[in-house]
Design a protein around this ligand. Structure first.
Ligand SMILES: O=C(O)CCC(=O)C(=O)O
Length: 274
């Protein structure tokens, strides 16, 4: 494997601030293909599909690891602008695809995702990158909200449950709970953006982030997160606090094993997965 490339400007920004915005990452055609992919996933949900909203609320739902069986979700992780950005941001010529996960709020649904860091949900021994792409235009009130710089604060908070109806984390954590970010704007200054369909926000896995409550919720709000790790990343079993999918996926990994393989493919932009 060749030596890692020099950090790009975008990687330098990610390292410094824990977040970098990449406008127009996916074009209109990709957004349309992914809308259709979300509809397909709903008609044949995977074992990981879940409704995140409560029983009396308008629907917010999500599914993950659909690159395994959906052709467009597979292709977007291999042949769109995503893998190139991922490799650039993990600071390598390739990146390990850890997961694809879409979220969708139907018109009227205002549910927000809670403040959290991605890192403590993942059995990985080093920080990784989440590339969140909105597939619909979205105003700053509802878009991804981040506390820039929080990735470098040296604190990892306990994972928090996302779903009102089903468990997505395995159990208890000894870590301290996520603080009330919105109550302390001096300690946790929040940044957010008005975004167009196809715009991406990439974050370090330690960056505190959430989505906001939509003031105007008259249309769908669909988005996809893909998570990418540096090729040298190894498996690190975090026990019960990790996301439940780690127990269900047949990855066969033990602490210390390189994570790249059949379940978590190493993707080099422009090449077939290794
Ligand atoms: O889009 C959302 O509601 C949440 C996305 C998120 O927090 C993530 O993918 O880590």
């Amino acid at each position: 494997m060749p030596a890692d490339p020099m950090p790009s400007e975008r990687r330098a920004e990610l390292e410094a601030r824990g977040v970098v915005v990449v406008p127009h990452l996916l074009d209109e055609q990709w957004c349309r293909r992914l809308h259709a992919a979300i509809d397909r996933c709903r008609t044949s949900p995977s074992q990981f599909y879940g409704v995140l909203s409560g029983p009396d609320e308008l629907r917010v739902d999500s599914d993950l690891f659909r690159w395994f069986d959906d052709p467009d979700l597979a292709e977007v992780t291999r042949s769109s602008e995503l893998p190139g950005l991922a490799a650039e941001l993990v600071g390598s010529h390739s990146a390990v695809l850890i997961e694809d996960q879409w979220f969708a709020s139907e018109p009227g649904a205002v549910s927000a995702s809670p403040w959290h860091q991605d890192h403590p949900y993942y059995n990985l021994d080093r920080p990784f990158v989440t590339i969140w792409v909105t597939l619909d235009d979205v105003d700053a009130d509802a878009a991804l909200r981040v506390v820039a710089g929080s990735h470098a604060a040296g604190v990892t908070y306990a994972p928090i449950e996302f779903s009102a109806t089903s468990a997505t984390i395995g159990g208890q954590s000894d870590l301290e709970p996520v603080p009330d970010v919105d109550a302390d704007p001096e300690r946790f200054p929040v940044t957010t953006w008005d975004l167009r369909a196809g715009d991406a926000v990439a974050i370090d896995s330690r960056t505190l982030h959430a989505t906001g409550v939509r003031e105007s919720a008259d249309r769908d709000f669909r988005r996809i997160s893909t998570r990418w790790a540096h090729p040298n990343t190894r498996y690190l079993d975090l026990g019960e606090q990790a996301a439940v999918f780690w127990k269900r996926l047949p990855h066969g990994l033990a602490t210390g094993d390189p994570v790249a393989g059949e379940v978590f493919p190493l993707i080099t932009p422009g090449q077939a997965p290794a």
